[in-house]
Design a protein around this ligand. Structure first.
Ligand SMILES: C[S@@+](CC[C@H](N)C(=O)[O-])C[C@H]1O[C@@H](n2cnc3c(N)ncnc32)[C@H](O)[C@@H]1O
Length: 284
């Protein structure tokens, strides 16, 4: 008997989910950003995946503010002289098409082959605003990623690395090795990471893992140390922005979440408190 294909077939299908929330934001009158490609990229499967995870649907603010805060950090870093952006696990992100960026900016996207073939089919005929290239690579292949990082490192004076929605899928051991590899090229100067506390990780595991784990995309990483986790591996946190506070500022929260957002911001150890931060790191 043939088995029905799971809705989330593999880890790259989580990129469809991210695109759905960018599409929904784009359709709002008061959109915090607009991604004119998100509708096409998310497709019907993206919608089906989103509707199959009610917890995620109820917390759209978390996806939207993540994108908003990454956009904000990227724009600031480019303004401050970054000449290369390396988007690791870029998925269906379209920043090189939708953001106001210098034409000379080098932008490298890295992800698995399948998702890039899908993306390129849909974006064929669209023109990025900066110098975009795509590299098909499994980032868990340590020697291959080191080789890529070294090559990219030689081509820039100051690079910004972004890993939006990636490291939560890595084990602690994998994140450690990944952070060390990223710290190796001298020109890799800044890194943006979205981070959750152990308390939020547990909440996400309870509510999202039943859908994700069938495709081998379990949520694993939420360090007790918070952003300071990265210090021994070459990266010091220089700015941490709160998705929750950002969502409160733009009136995107339910009453209960609004109350939670009134608690003072803290970026250290959170214990069991649900916490997330979009963190900008600088090379130590
Ligand atoms: C939640 S999506 C985020 C995509 C994009 N950064 C965004 O925010 O829209 C996770 C992405 O990580 C990619 N990914 C996961 N593991 C990977 C690996 N070992 N190598 C390369 N890409 C990987 C998936 O293919 C997927 O595109």
């Amino acid at each position: 008997m043939a088995h029905a294909e799971p809705l989330i077939r593999n880890i790259s299908d989580t990129a469809l989910l991210a695109a759905v929330y960018r599409e929904r934001e784009t359709e709002r009158q008061d959109a915090l950003f607009r991604d004119p490609f998100a509708r096409r990229l998310a497709g019907k499967r993206g919608d089906q995946i989103a509707y199959s995870i009610p917890f995620s649907n109820r917390n759209t603010w978390a996806w939207v503010t993540r994108t908003y805060l990454y956009d904000e950090f990227i724009a600031e870093q480019v303004q401050q002289g970054v000449d290369m952006v390396v988007n690791l696990a870029a998925g269906l992100d379209t920043r090189p098409y939708r953001m106001a960026l210098p034409t000379a900016l080098q932008w490298t996207e890295v992800d698995l082959p399948g998702i890039f073939s899908y993306k390129e089919e849909i974006l064929a005929g669209e023109k990025p605003v900066c110098a975009l290239e795509r590299v098909r690579l499994d980032l868990s292949d340590a020697p291959a990623r080191r080789e890529l990082f070294a090559q990219l490192g030689r081509r820039a004076a100051k690079s910004l690395i972004i890993t939006e929605g990636l490291i939560i899928y890595f084990s602690t051991h994998e994140v450690r090795a990944f952070a060390e590899d990223l710290a190796a090229p001298p020109t890799f100067q800044r890194w943006i990471v979205d981070l959750v506390s152990p308390g939020l990780l547990r909440l996400l595991q309870k509510n999202m893992d039943p859908s994700l784990s069938q495709s081998g995309s379990s949520l694993k990483f939420g360090p007790a140390e918070g952003p300071e986790f990265f210090a021994p591996y070459g990266w010091k946190p220089v700015d941490v922005r709160s998705p929750l506070k950002t969502a409160a500022r733009f009136k995107r929260l339910s009453f209960g979440m609004r109350l939670l957002s009134l608690l003072p911001q803290s970026n250290g150890r959170q214990g069991s408190r649900p916490w997330s931060g979009i963190c900008l790191f600088a090379k130590r």
